[in-house]
Design a protein around this ligand. Structure first.
Ligand code: WTA
Length: 635
């Protein structure tokens, strides 16, 4: 018998021990008892981290939408699957039942089929947080197409790179999107992106804002009339356990974004099982995750995990500040939300506002609070605990990654005692280790090191789409036989983990991963720029903000510096998106470099954070004199 719902600490330890001693038996029981399979697997797990190759539930047959929708129809057909809360609170919220969701998904699936989309084809999705986003994602899974959702805040250029890289020939978008008071010309961005995507020959457009848009004959069509005419029956495509389910891009420290490829069965089992336990979801609960479906958190914990459990999941179109800073709390009261999952950056921003935005709302429905995306600082943790959870709702600080597919380290509410800033203990099946720079495992407690995982788990990404070598290189080559996360962590005296942050050149700004290299590339495209280096520095709302050190081609030239700063920020915004704009730009005469020509980012990080008291060893620098100059320039 599997223990699908862990209720106390003793049980957690029992389950955890079993998951490590007999991992295959452990996952097999969960998979057998809680999901529907068209055919069971021949083998639970085969793996080799040196290749790396990982297969879960080999040769099993299933469709994930059958697990997320069809199987609930008999007992929960009339239960609300999705509550959609629009940007404008005056617009009516949508309560969509499982049986309505079934019909919508089938209709979109039939539309996709009529456009020639087949099993294995890649479908690009660039949609705001509207119900159609859920339908389209699930419709892809229904027919075995691989969805590649691009966050609708990304620029045309970022969308184009991802669309081409994922080999998408069809793209689903909307005429526009609402974000607070702003209306964004989504279709305009798509038109621009598609100039660089010659392979895309079909664009389906959802009507949301009613804006006046360009419809390109023979390429663009409105989705709604097509849906109206489509049948509401669509038999699910029977998929192999290891067939690709989706591609989702994440930033790397170098080069172009990495299209993490996730497969079907393992991802389903893991996202569902973690959801149930980490949010302590019970039958009539209303669960809300504020992430966007354009990120992994939305994939696993707005859609797949909750729906596989027959849960009611809230989808919110808007922003926490509109129409005022009480919007999150208003929505919790309105829909009687029981589990609330958000990012530390949102908590920090809202904690700065008048407490009345919180206190005027009834938050008594809340039972569990969650955070994700970056380390949560102690102050934000306590504010969340005191004011939102009223010290009775445990906070689950969940550590995981796009690559891991599901939550890896987290308290289990009502079982694991929480500790501010600690993600606490590994989820069953997860075997974290800390490594030193020489590649040795650091055993025991009260230690810190680089966080690795030494055993496969069902929802790990299987490759980087189109570049398996890069996958091996990035995650499996730093430490032999280990998955390297790129994060540093410490383990306290009782074995609790605290994630200390990235140890590579990825910077997390407001919970968004940004690689320094692509931002530097964007800056360098400005004609006045010779060279640049971007580092992160602590920011009280965003967690980290970006600081760009830039060498101009002609330093002495008396150009308007403020204007130049604006132009450079605009270039970054065009290439990547507004989230990648630096808070500070300093023009410098040189960058500190080692004799081998590498920029010493360690020094720049210190300067950016205003802490120049101890710059460490600068003797290996080729040009130690620039350090002084930069410091003086920064004052
Ligand atoms: C960071 C988000 C501290 C971490 C699901 C990781 C965290 C990166 C936490 C992945 C947390 C995520 N505490 N840091 N609870 N959760 N991170 O791919 O650096 O967008 O490697 O996935 O976010 O970000 P990603």
């Amino acid at each position: 018998m599997s223990n699908y719902h862990i209720k106390n600490l003793e049980e957690y330890f029992q389950v955890y021990r079993k998951s490590v001693r007999e991992p295959e038996k452990f996952w097999q029981e969960i998979a057998e008892e809680h999901f529907v399979w068209r055919k069971k697997w021949d083998n639970v797990l085969s793996w080799d981290f040196s290749k790396p190759e990982v297969k879960w539930f080999e040769n099993a047959k299933l469709n994930i939408t059958e697990n997320c929708i069809d199987r609930h129809l008999l007992t929960k057909g009339e239960k609300t699957a999705i509550i959609w809360e629009p940007n404008d609170p005056k617009e009516k919220a949508l309560h969509l039942t499982y049986s309505e969701l079934h019909k919508k998904v089938n209709k979109v699936a039939n539309v996709l089929k009529s456009k020639g989309v087949k099993k294995g084809d890649k479908v690009g999705i660039y949609l705001p947080m509207i119900p159609e986003l859920a339908y389209v994602v699930l419709a892809c899974a229904r027919i075995g197409a691989v969805h590649s959702v691009v966050f609708a805040g990304f620029s045309a250029s970022a969308l184009a790179t991802r669309t081409v890289d994922a080999d998408c020939k069809i793209l689903i978008t909307a005429d526009g999107s609402y974000r607070g008071e702003k209306t964004i010309d989504l279709k305009g961005i798509v038109d621009k992106a598609l100039e660089d995507c010659p392979e895309v020959n079909s664009v389906l457009v959802v009507k949301r804002t009613g804006s006046n848009i360009n419809i390109k004959d023979g390429r663009d069509e409105w989705l709604e009339p097509l849906m109206k005419n489509a049948s509401e029956d669509c038999a699910p495509e029977i998929m192999d356990a290891e067939d690709p389910l989706f591609i989702l891009y994440t930033s790397g420290s170098t080069g172009k974004p990495k299209g993490m490829l996730h497969t079907t069965a393992g991802y389903m089992v893991y996202s569902a099982y973690t959801f149930k336990n980490i949010f302590n979801y019970n039958n009539d609960d209303v669960y809300w995750c504020t992430a966007d479906i354009g990120w992994i958190t939305g994939h696993s914990y707005i859609l797949y995990g909750p729906l596989a459990n027959g849960a009611t999941t809230v989808m919110f179109e808007g922003v926490p500040s509109y129409p005022d800073f009480g919007r999150f709390w208003e929505i919790i009261e309105k829909h009687k939300v029981n589990q609330f999952y958000t990012a530390p950056t949102a908590i920090r921003a809202l904690a700065k506002k008048d407490l009345e935005f919180v206190t005027k709302h009834d938050l008594s429905s809340l039972k569990v609070l969650g955070t994700v995306g970056e380390p949560i600082n102690e102050e934000a943790w306590h504010w969340y605990d005191n004011n939102i959870g009223k010290n009775k709702s445990p906070i689950v600080d969940t550590w995981w990654q796009t690559e891991t597919g599901g939550i890896m380290i987290s308290p289990i509410p009502f079982a694991t005692p929480t500790k501010p800033t600690f993600a606490t203990l590994p989820f069953p099946g997860i075997q974290p280790v800390l490594m030193d720079e020489e590649g040795n495992e650091i055993k025991g407690n009260q230690v810190d090191g680089r966080l690795c995982i030494k055993y496969p788990w069902p929802s790990m990404a299987r490759t980087i789409y189109g570049n398996h070598d890069r996958y091996r290189e990035t995650y499996f080559s730093t430490f032999e036989n280990m998955y390297f996360t790129g994060d540093g962590a410490l383990r306290d005296e009782v074995g609790y983990y605290r994630i200390t942050g990235r140890v590579d050149d990825v910077i997390i700004v407001s919970g968004h991963n940004l690689g320094t290299a692509p931002i530097e590339d964007a800056i360098n495209e400005h004609p006045a720029v010779a060279e640049s280096a971007v580092v992160g520095f602590p920011h009280d709302v965003k967690g980290n903000a970006l600081y760009g050190f830039i060498i101009l081609k002609e330093f002495g030239e008396s150009r308007d510096r403020d204007n130049l700063r604006k132009e450079i920020k605009q270039t970054i915004s065009d290439k990547i998106g507004p989230i990648a704009k630096p808070d500070k730009i300093q023009f410098v005469e040189g960058l500190p470099k080692t004799r081998s020509g590498k920029i010493m980012r360690r020094i720049l990080r210190k300067i950016a954070s205003g802490d120049t008291s101890d710059l460490g060893d600068t003797s290996t620098l080729l040009n130690p004199e620039v350090v002084e100059e930069i410091i003086n320039g920064a004052l």
